[in-house]
Design a protein around this ligand. Structure first.
Ligand code: NAD
Ligand code: UDP
Length: 359
């Protein structure tokens, strides 16, 4: 006789992190599009712990259930599998609109879809905000400045973007999204917030994200040559930290918790012009490769130069005076401390993958 095992939840009730108690008046219903992604899932955590009701919406293009699974089943949390290019109706007070691939290989994979997500998706969220009289925050990007001719970049700079280059689907998609936000604000009186986010890193970045921080960390952690077999032929693979171009291009990196604090402060302010959210500590990509390798104990990975990428911005650093003045925000986490946490995260992920995904 075959006896079906009882579900484990029958014996063990799932336990959740403890969340702040809020009464009806101060508790908000908040929609987070892209809520299963890297930034979205950290935002879910912070707002859940603060006692709000959260609806996370995602089509799982680059997001994963694993990022928010610790909240599944909590009475304040709902996960919705939906694509923002299609309208979505729900009663909410605030909308954080993050849904969009963010890493260059992901947004270049299907440029038409990237444009649709950032245009139709933003129209759908603005339509929802209009109907619900909700405030909507757009996760815009430093990419609206393109390959900037002004340095550092203030919000008043109009940018330098190639409309027909490989990055255009994302850069122009976000620029139209900003224009849509302003048009709905002026024409329909929708309450808007525009965060221009600069390069951000931290735990829960996808292993195959393809952005520089995760690539360099994974390459430095796997510095031993590994042998793989394809069609019964053995190959030896070496991991190098691969710099695209000569490595003199610069970026400024912020840790994800700083970004999340900035997004929440901006949402709850009454400021509707764009605000840069980023850490002004700037490094060349060459320096950055050496910093990461030196932080990974024992790593002797070589740093090599690959072909440069078309239209790669040559310099990027936020001017964050507006954020300081208007929303009293400035980054708190030192790049090195954030990197150490991120290295530990990827070390654990690599070990978990070796065990076939088991915890
Ligand atoms: P991510 O790829 O981890 O997250 C994006 C999420 O959006 C994913 O969960 C993905 O599945 C979801 N998504 C994509 N298209 C969708 C669609 N059509 N419908 C529903 N869901 C969809 O990237 P991230 O780094 O967390 O970025 C979040 C937001 O912040 C993006 O809008 C991005 O443009 C913006 N941003 C991020 C950075 C950064 O450095 N992380 C910098 C500037 C701007
Ligand atoms: N980059 C690199 N090696 C990598 C990935 C990226 O040298 O493995 C470079 C890339 O060319 C760019 C910088 O690092 O100059 C930041 O790239 P990322 O994709 O992280 O973000 P973005 O270009 O959107 O700022």
């Amino acid at each position: 006789e075959i006896v079906a095992p009882l579900p484990t939840t029958f014996f063990f009730r799932k336990s959740f992190p403890s969340v702040r108690y809020r009464n009806e008046e101060t508790r908000k219903r908040i929609l987070i599009t892209g809520g299963a992604g890297f930034v979205g899932s950290h935002l879910v955590d912070k707002l859940m712990l603060d006692g709000h009701e959260i609806i996370a919406l995602d089509n799982y293009f680059t997001g994963r259930k694993k990022n928010i699974e610790h909240w599944i089943g909590h009475p304040n949390f709902e996960m919705v599998h939906h694509d923002v290019v299609n309208p979505y109706f729900v009663e909410v007070d605030q909308i954080y609109h993050l849904a969009s691939p963010a890493s260059p290989p992901h947004y270049m994979y299907n440029p038409v879809k990237t444009i649709k997500t950032n245009t139709l998706g933003t129209i759908n969220m603005l339509g929802l905000a209009k109907r619900m009289k909700a405030t909507v925050l757009l996760a815009s990007t430093s990419e609206v400045y393109g390959d900037p001719e002004v340095h550092p970049q203030p919000e008043t700079y109009w940018g330098h973007v190639n409309t027909i280059g490989p990055r255009a689907c994302y850069d122009e998609g976000k620029r139209v999204a900003e224009s849509l936000m302003v048009a709905y604000n002026k024409q329909e009186n929708v309450q808007i917030r525009i965060a221009r986010i600069f390069n951000t890193f931290g735990p829960r970045m996808h292993m195959n994200d393809g952005r520089v921080v995760s690539n360099f960390i994974i390459q430095a952690l796997q510095d031993k040559p590994i042998t793989v077999s394809y069609y019964n032929v053995l190959f030896v693979l070496f991991y190098f930290l691969q710099i695209y171009g000569n490595g003199t291009q610069t970026r400024s990196f912020q840790y994800v918790t700083d970004l999340v604090d900035g997004l929440i402060k901006l949402m709850n302010s009454n400021y509707s012009l764009p605000v840069n959210i980023g850490n002004p500590e700037e490094h060349t990509i060459g320096q950055f490769a050496a910093i990461i390798r030196d932080l990974v104990p024992g790593s002797q990975s070589e740093i090599i130069n690959q072909e440069s990428q078309q239209d790669d911005p040559q310099q990027r650093r936020p001017d964050i005076r507006r954020a300081a003045e208007q929303i009293q925000w400035r980054p708190q986490v030192l790049m090195k401390d954030g990197l150490l946490k991120t290295i530990e995260y990827f070390r654990a992920e690599i070990d978990r993958n070796k065990r076939g995904g088991k915890p």
